[in-house]
Ligand binder design. Structure first.
Ligand SMILES: [Fe+2]
Length: 191
């Protein structure tokens, strides 16, 4: 499978970013009254595992220079789901966010990641996801993801339906406070 690597999202202009072009294609698809394929969290976990164990090369095996910020590849985009590969530099982190109502799954190919979830005011829990393991989640899930390990991590992310927006949150004693929302139509979009 031939893939293209994208990094430093802010460098891409509208029309140059394949994720943005993918959205343009999605925007042309008439709204459906019901999904063609129902992909629940279990099915998404299976897809993430399948992609992660079959067609993803860890960053360390790619002969690339040192990774300093997240790099990502869009592997698959359909009406029903999308598949991304994300490479996480050491200490790379994506702050607390939702998935715009999409369900999803994450599979770690190399290295390890930590997921943080805020289940209520003042409640914050973390769990480590080692290579060869994954998680899945429903449409209401809010989490952060970080590479707290000692090597670059590579992971596969599947979302269904394809995400249209993500809202980012700050966590404080009174709960989660929305900070900003990013939309797929934005040229800098990335999951
Ligand atoms: Fe996420």
């Amino acid at each position: 499978m031939t893939t293209t690597l994208y990094r430093q999202r802010r460098l891409y202009q509208r029309g140059d970013h394949p994720a943005g072009r993918g959205l343009g294609q999605l925007a042309l698809v008439p709204a459906r009254t019901q999904p063609l394929v129902g992909l629940d969290a279990e099915a998404l976990a299976g897809l993430a595992s399948l992609y992660g164990s079959s067609c993803v090369t860890p960053w360390a095996d790619r002969g690339e220079p040192e990774l300093t910020e997240r790099a990502y590849e869009l592997l698959e985009l359909s009406e029903d789901f999308e598949v991304w590969v994300i490479h996480w530099p050491i200490e790379g982190r994506l702050q607390l966010h939702d998935h715009g109502g999409s369900s999803g799954a994450l599979w770690v190919v190399a290295g390890s990641l930590e997921e943080g979830t805020a289940s209520g005011p003042g409640t914050y829990e973390r769990r480590r996801i080692e290579a060869g393991r994954g998680i899945s989640f429903g449409p209401e899930h809010i989490h952060d993801v970080a590479n707290t390990g000692t090597e670059v991590a590579t992971s596969v992310h599947v979302y269904s339906p394809p995400m249209e927006k993500m809202t980012f949150f700050a966590s404080n004693q009174s709960g989660l406070a929305p900070e900003r929302t990013e939309y797929r139509a934005d040229p800098a979009w990335a999951p």
